[in-house]
Design a binder for this molecule. Structure first.
Ligand SMILES: NC(=O)c1ccc[n+]([C@@H]2O[C@H](COP(=O)([O-])OP(=O)(O)OC[C@H]3O[C@@H](n4cnc5c(N)ncnc54)[C@H](OP(=O)(O)O)[C@@H]3O)[C@@H](O)[C@H]2O)c1
Length: 415
């Protein structure tokens, strides 16, 4: 039976869950995969009061783990710069690396893949997207032989959780606090609610299937921090669900990547996935549409993804990543056709007729519209669902209404 000696760097949520999961499932892994996993050392600059590692050796300098007799380094410190130095140092010593760190791959992916290749060592990162829900291995190996057309879905469990709470009647602020109290959001939630975490993940997936660079070229990144209960109520009236959607798709040989709040039809598969669930729809030429969903966060769910990579190391000779394509062509978001939901708030009684005049002047066709009067307050909310229009035409219309006395926002409607 093959033995794999593991060095772990970082001693937080995922690392401790990895330690306990390996102990818990060691015999099962031996039986199903004929691999014996042994944790040789942990790089932890302090003890974790929530977990006792028993006899496993603790090293206070994470770089000392690289001097131990290990077959793989598991990087679980998070962040970018220190993680990059640690991973590069492992490659120089010909030690394969497994990581759950999407930020370091987003920022330094192309460099790290090249270094892994130059040193002929494996570099695996299944848990960096959708935690333990098998996604990266599915795209790299399970779907080998397919040409990909698109990949789209919810990649941030915190955003999906917050939106689900808002659907149940909570405000954005209360939902965020509730998510933090339940361990579904960090104390500083910026990466989750501003769409950055999901942008990291869609960039990694797009690199795998379309060869886009890491770090990627600039693309649309918007989070859910401006979504209100009223947006969710209006979406509901029009038979949509609000979701944070990340997507990468090729059309006419050109790539578009984006990560933004959007409306999804209630009949759509993604609409039914609530709370911290992640979900993706992958469209390929040979199979058509494939749906996957599962937990996208949590210590044990992430440890599962890390373990699957470690077990894969026992059987695969080399697995870094395909290099990025240099001549990839891109589409511009402003040239894209979408239907939009336009929401306008104002205290002017004439606001609806004023907006309709501007819509007509800009030749923007409307599929549905409605009005909400806010009781005895003078405020009024008008909403308009457009037919498919070029994003640049919407921009011109928005410039036109910006001199009316109103606030407005738009949400893309997914096709
Ligand atoms: N938690 C999840 O649900 C989840 C899901 C998917 C992916 N991930 C990824 O998994 C990785 C680990 O996440 P986590 O939730 O386990 O994080 P965490 O609980 O914050 O743990 C991070 C650990 O790394 C240590 N560390 C950080 N910077 C270090 C440095 N420069 N030198 C030495 N030690 C350092 C921390 O030590 P101190 O305590 O001393 O700061 C802590 O022990 C991240 O890349 C994260 O994005 C997490």
């Amino acid at each position: 039976m093959k033995k794999i000696k593991i060095g772990i760097c970082g001693w937080g949520t995922v690392a401790t869950a990895l330690h306990s999961s390996i102990i818990k499932n060691k015999n099962q892994i031996k039986r199903t995969h004929q691999v014996d996993l042994e944790i040789v050392a942990i790089g932890a600059r302090r003890d974790n009061p929530k977990y006792n590692p028993g006899e496993t050796k603790i090293l206070r300098d994470i770089f000392d783990v690289l001097d131990e007799d290990i077959d793989v380094l598991v990087e679980l410190i998070g962040g970018t710069d220190d993680a990059k130095i640690l991973i590069s140092s492992a490659f120089k010593k010909k030690i394969p690396v497994v990581t759950a760190n999407k930020a370091v791959i987003y920022e330094y992916g192309d460099i790290l893949f090249k270094e892994a290749s130059n040193n002929d060592v494996n570099f695996l990162f299944e848990a960096s997207v959708c935690a333990g829900t098998p996604t990266i291995n599915l795209l790299k190996n399970g779907l080998a032989g397919n040409k990909f057309q698109s990949i789209k879905g919810m990649l941030n469990g915190t955003s999906n959780f917050i939106i689900s709470q808002m659907e149940a009647g909570m405000s954005f602020e209360d939902s965020l606090s509730f998510a933090q109290e339940n361990g579904y959001a960090e104390t500083d939630p910026t990466f989750d609610i501003e769409g950055i975490d999901a942008a990291h993940k869609i960039s990694i997936l797009s690199n795998i299937i379309f060869g886009s660079p890491l770090p990627p070229n600039e693309f649309l990144i918007e989070g859910i921090s401006n979504i209100t209960k009223e947006d969710i109520y209006i979406a509901e009236k029009l038979d949509f669900t609000v979701k944070h959607i990340s997507s990468a798709d090729i059309n006419d040989g050109k790539l578009l990547i984006r990560s933004n709040p959007a409306l999804v039809r209630k009949s759509d598969y993604l609409s039914s996935l609530k709370n911290v669930r992640n979900g993706l729809v992958i469209d390929t030429d040979l199979i058509g549409k494939i749906h996957i969903s599962g937990s996208g966060a949590g210590g044990e769910a992430t440890a599962a993804g890390v373990i699957s990579d470690i077990v894969r190391l026992a059987s695969e000779s080399t697995n870094y990543n395909a290099s990025s394509k240099e001549n990839l062509k891109y589409r511009q978001i402003l040239d894209e056709l979408f239907s939009f939901l336009i929401i306008v708030n104002s205290s002017s009684e004439k606001i609806n007729s004023d907006v309709i005049d501007r819509l007509t002047e800009n030749s923007i066709p409307i599929r549905n519209s409605g009005l909400i009067n806010h009781g005895n307050k003078s405020d009024i909310t008008c909403f308009y669902e457009t037919e498919e229009i070029a994003s640049i035409d919407l921009q011109e219309f928005l410039n036109d209404i910006s001199n009316l006395s109103c606030n407005f926002k738009t949400l893309r409607i997914e096709k």
